[in-house]
Design a protein around this ligand. Sequence first.
Ligand SMILES: [Zn+2]
Length: 311
Amino acid sequence: MPAAQTASVGLLAVDLGGTKVALRAEASGRPTFDRTFRWPPGADPAADLATLDAEVAALRAAWGPVHTVGIAMPATIEATGTVLTWPGRPSWVGLDFAGACRRIFPDSRTAYADDGDLAALAEARHAGHDDVVYLGVGTGVGGGVVLGQRLVPGRTSAEIGHMVVDLDGARCDCGRTGCLQSVASGPATLRRAGLARGRHVSFDDLQAGLRDGRPWAVEAIHASCAALAATVVSLSELLDPAVAIVGGGFADGLPGFVPLVGHTARLTARRGRPPPVVRAAALGGLSSLHGAVSLARDLVTTSTHLVVEGS
Ligand SMILES: [Zn+2]
């Protein structure tokens, strides 16, 4: 599409979550459209897709035509376009997601990518850096790598949460032991705090315990930050990014969490290879959605193998 024609192009970003979906539509000369809706009860993929279809139809009717669509997707999707795993919405396993995209967006150039990858892309662009590693700490640990302004490895998602940091560690959702997210995710941290405290620890309990300097809270947080710092340092040895950005709902809600990751990473510095600056994410819960906007924008002028071609 010639650059002169891109000014009025309608971009749609879709951030698919385990419980809700965020839509954002942007175009020059039109107001930005934002809408969030929850999946219908019942966990039936056909009902989910019908809801998404109806929401997109309503958006088109109210806002106008959509030319390109970028979708942030937490599920693992096979090269054929079929959902392989999605712990957040397990009923989708086996769904022909690429086919569903063709049905819901028949006239729009559409692509999907891992939500952690897209969050990394959005945070890198917002920070103004070409080379960035991003770690999102929430119910799991997501993330992505941007080198030279492009997602790496590109042909598949960067699975930072499944980097192994402790082979003798706790069991991960994926079935292996010692993945980063089995140590440093929100639920893993709360579990460890609960074991040390001798009773259940909620996120509010952890915030209060940290504020009051309770050892069960402080030590649980330190272990998570140490695992994240080890990951940042290992990624730095391989990729030498300028910045490591740490976000996600769990990290955002704990003052001092990101600085502790940075401090621990600096303690491991070796001569000739200082660790990257560790910085808090700027876009909060909107990072994947912003990344999906970037993906839709990129589709206007560039090609990617992840594009869902029309049938
Ligand atoms: Zn794992």
